[in-house]
Design a protein around this ligand. Structure first.
Ligand code: GTP
Length: 345
């Protein structure tokens, strides 16, 4: 009997909506499904791939460009070939799009793949319930992403009240009446929704109009210049320092971010006695979050940050972060500000 094709599920959603959280939830689940992952980082430091849980079966990462602008399907095919090789014994492949990717182009890349072992498994779009209205005002194209989804995950429901959630839910359902809308927190989606229902792609008409997508692909080829992309409006700045950071100065920076900064993520080394763990820091809009974890084997004790926004002044940002590098010995009391934002995971 021919082996079933490995479904390739695309997980998309705007910056910080919870894609990596969902992926990590899937990877930590004890469902016996072996997952291969493709991570598309925006920015030159592989923060996203480092944030993907350690027990991933196989990962391929692309950080030197946006996958949705890949010139042809061969790049995607090469990644899929690696993951779908029979030796890897992968059951499902999840592609985490960058928060600024165009899902439409990525769907096309997957559909265009000539790898006979894989099949398109559907598009999951995450929506940040707390930021939804603001982001769609700034980026009306996000409505289209919701419309295309086979499953909409309405994430971060813990950050809005039930009365706020209801109209958001109604709005999302109005944008996409054909697909389930799943309110959730921290991307904790029942994996069976993805691996079974969404993944069983070839036994009925797709909600996405494949003909339409392919026709467009024929008309425009890979051309990304025919319409604006989200990432045209955003740039990323990276910052790295091997010297420990000053917790107070960094918190001041995070609480008073420079104009245009929307997303910051990475690892921080404070190196203060009793606080030498790895601090993961993430901001989405004005929301700040730290988590602690042990340093991974081989990972250097250093700070590495990616900052994403529009109209960023890279030199000024780096100067401000350089000013957060610790000048003096500090005691544990300096960590108080950080600990206000630490979330146990
Ligand atoms: N309160 C709350 N925080 C969440 C939830 N889901 C994710 N987060 C936090 O939001 C931040 C961004 O989450 P990620 O999973 O990294 O989002 P992402 O979509 O992968 O981000 P990008 O790859 O940068 O676009 C992290 O600090 C998460 O811990 C949620 O449901 N509730």
């Amino acid at each position: 009997m021919a082996k079933r094709r490995i479904p390739v599920i695309l997980v998309a959603g705007f910056l910080g909506s919870g894609k990596t959280s969902l992926l990590n939830h899937l990877l930590r689940g004890r469902h016996g499904v072996r997952i291969g992952v493709i991570v598309n980082d925006f920015g030159s430091v592989n923060i996203d791939s480092m944030m993907v849980a350690g027990q991933v079966d196989s990962t391929v990462s692309l950080s030197n460009g946006c996958l949705c602008c890949a010139v042809d399907v061969s790049e995607m095919d090469a990644m899929l070939d690696r993951l779908a090789h029979p030796r890897s014994d992968i059951d499902v492949i999840v592609v985490e799009a960058s928060g600024l990717a165009e899902p439409r182009n990525m769907v096309r890349l997957i559909l265009g793949s000539e790898n006979p072992r894989i099949g398109y498994g559907g598009l999951v779009v995450l929506v940040d319930a707390a930021e939804f209205e603001d982001t769609r005002t700034r980026h009306p194209e996000l409505d289209l992403h919701v419309r295309m989804a086979d499953l909409v995950v309405l994430n971060k429901t813990d950050r809005v009240s039930p009365s706020e959630l209801q109209p958001i839910c109604t709005r999302v359902e109005a944008l996409n009446a054909r697909s389930p809308v799943l309110p959730t927190a921290h991307g904790r989606v029942d994996p069976r929704l993805l691996f079974d229902e969404v993944a069983r792609a070839d036994d009925g008409p797709r909600q996405l109009s494949l003909d339409e997508l392919l026709a467009e692909s024929h008309d425009h080829g890979h051309d990304c210049g025919d319409h604006a992309h989200l990432h045209d409006h955003y740039e990323s700045v990276t910052f790295a320092s091997a010297r420990p950071m000053d917790p107070r100065a960094l918190v001041d920076f995070l609480e008073d971010p420079p104009p245009g900064l929307y997303r910051l993520k990475g690892f921080v080394y404070f190196g203060i006695p009793g606080h030498t763990l790895r601090y993961t820091v993430q901001t989405v809009g004005s929301h700040i979050r730290f988590e602690t974890a042990a340093w991974r084997r081989g990972q250097s004790r250093a700070t590495e940050l990616v900052l994403i926004g529009s109209g960023l002044d890279a030199d000024d940002l780096r100067r401000r972060l350089d000013d957060c590098v610790r000048e003096h010995e500090s005691g544990a009391e300096a960590m108080t500000g950080v600990h206000r934002y630490v979330v146990e995971n």
